[in-house]
Write a protein that binds this ligand. Structure first.
Ligand SMILES: [Zn+2]
Length: 100
């Protein structure tokens, strides 16, 4: 014999528990997605700033085109050597030392 009042209360408790669990899962997924979106925006801004620092000097003027090569002043081989408009090739250290 089934105890109907207890059965009814238990069913309501189970449904409430399931709803609460579903809501909790939804909240967790939404929070996780929001966190990832925030992290993605932050990382994108960081990489854009790094790229800007790599391509532009602190006064806002762009660096000349660069490629792997040999510096014309200190004769070192560097990953990036600036090719100046007058044909001179300078490594970043010599370029900064020249004060251009
Ligand atoms: Zn050099």
């Amino acid at each position: 014999m089934v105890d109907f009042p207890t059965f009814g209360v238990n069913i309501f408790l189970l449904i409430g528990l399931l709803l609460a669990a579903g809501l909790l899962i939804l909240l967790l997924v939404a929070g996780w997605t929001g966190l990832n979106i925030g992290l993605w925006h932050w990382r994108r801004r960081q990489s854009e700033e790094a790229e800007h620092r790599r391509r532009f000097r602190s006064d806002g003027r762009p660096y000349p085109p660069a490629a792997r090569g040999i510096c014309g002043r200190c004769a070192r081989t560097c990953e990036s050597v600036y090719h100046l408009p007058d044909g001179v090739r300078l490594c970043p250290e010599c370029y900064d030392a020249q004060g251009m």
